[in-house]
Ligand binder design. Structure first.
Ligand SMILES: [Ca+2]
Ligand SMILES: [Ca+2]
Length: 383
């Protein structure tokens, strides 16, 4: 509506004004806010610990649409999360990502913002690890888009498009005609083991943004931020350029092979049968579709994504041995001597003997005269 108004009145100023409006409209994250529980200590060696202090609070979101939530837990290798309130949440469209709300390290699901908030406030933590581990709970919220997944390892999003007849060239141009989070899409580039591990979960054979069409055996990424970067020289038994990541099937001894009348376009090679990439002609019946990648940031935590529709949060839980979970061996009765009685204590936590002044301090009271003495134990260090 405002476009008509601008065209009808202020011609030269209208263009500038329009540009400003576009910038504002492209920031749907504006006003959307996540308040998280604070960083805190939690007991080590706990299953289903659900007493995280504080709450998640989501404000400024559109209550009429659905959002996708990605949660990951990192740090302590034994830590997993469970979500106990799952009302309204839909986990069915998660491709090959974990599909259980309990005992996960990463999860994707959709719901309304109220349902997602309730889910976040029902997280429980399980960990069998030693003391002083750190558990980082990271969350990423963005408007739901079918088959679109945020990758916390690089802050990019990936959209899987099923289209088994599409040619590489058409997949490339279709990718570049889409946008997400204010960034133009591109045919996926897989430039690290981490990115491979993520994109492999998207399943099936799909086109990659790599080609040697310009010069046989000069394999370049031709899309996205890596466009123009050669990563492989030659065909099978060729070599990587500058050690850049590649994952040709059979470690490059079998593929690419420029088979038949020539193959100049890269794609994943039927994951169920072969592991890695191969070269194809411009069209292939083995291709199931394509993956659009969005994002240009190089951040490896996902906290500073260049996508402006993703709100990230992080809470750090530091594991401590809580002395309320320790075992104190019974202290025998002592005869009155007239001096303060200060027996040594036998205190154990999870089978480990605790050391006075390293793990705890102790103070006594009413320990001179006949009666009941008291001992007060305070944790220090890891306790
Ligand atoms: Ca990439
Ligand atoms: Ca070729």
């Amino acid at each position: 509506m405002f476009i008509k108004l601008l065209v009808g009145s202020l011609k030269s100023n209208a263009i500038k004004f329009f540009g400003i409006l576009i910038i504002l409209l492209c920031q749907p994250g504006f006003g959307q806010q996540i308040t998280t529980p604070g960083n805190q200590n939690i007991p080590a060696n706990k299953q289903n610990y659900n007493a995280i202090t504080g709450t998640y609070s989501l404000s400024g979101y559109d209550a009429s649409i659905e959002y996708q939530l990605a949660i990951t837990v990192t740090g302590n290798a034994s830590a997993t999360l469970s979500i106990n309130t799952t009302t309204g949440l839909d986990i069915s469209g998660n491709l090959n990502f974990p599909s259980s709300f309990s005992g996960f390290e990463e999860i994707y699901f959709k719901g309304t913002i109220a349902e997602i908030e309730a889910a976040l406030n029902s997280i429980s933590v399980s960990s069998t690890s030693v003391l002083s581990g750190q558990i980082k709970i990271q969350t990423y919220i963005y408007p739901y888009k079918q088959n679109t997944f945020f990758n916390p390892k690089n802050g990019h999003a990936y959209e899987v498009v099923a289209n088994s007849n599409i040619s590489w060239l058409n997949a490339k141009s279709a990718s570049e005609n889409t946008s997400f989070g204010g960034e133009t899409g591109y045919l996926v580039t897989v430039t690290s083991q981490d990115e491979h591990d993520f994109t492999y979960k998207l399943d099936k054979s799909y086109w990659l943004g790599a080609s040697d069409a310009d010069s046989e055996g000069v394999w370049e990424w031709v899309t996205g931020p890596e466009a123009g970067t050669q990563f492989w020289s030659g065909n099978a038994n060729g070599s990587s350029i500058d050690g850049l990541f590649n994952l040709w099937s059979d470690k490059g001894t079998d593929q690419p092979n420029n088979y038949g009348s020539g193959e100049d376009y890269a794609g994943f090679y039927r994951p169920d049968e072969y592991f890695g990439w191969r070269d194809y002609e411009e069209s292939s019946g083995e291709i199931y579709g394509y993956v659009i990648e969005y994002g240009t940031s190089t951040d490896t935590t996902g906290m500073n994504s260049s996508l402006n529709n993703v709100q990230a949060s992080e809470v750090t839980l530091t594991q401590k041995g809580f002395l309320s979970d320790a075992t104190l061996e019974e202290i025998p009765a002592y005869e009155k001597t007239g001096a303060a009685i200060t027996p040594s204590l036998n205190l154990t936590y999870n089978g480990t003997s605790l050391v006075k002044d390293t793990d705890y301090t102790v103070s006594f009271s009413n320990n001179i005269n006949v009666g009941t003495a008291s001992v007060s134990i305070t944790g220090i260090g890891n306790y």
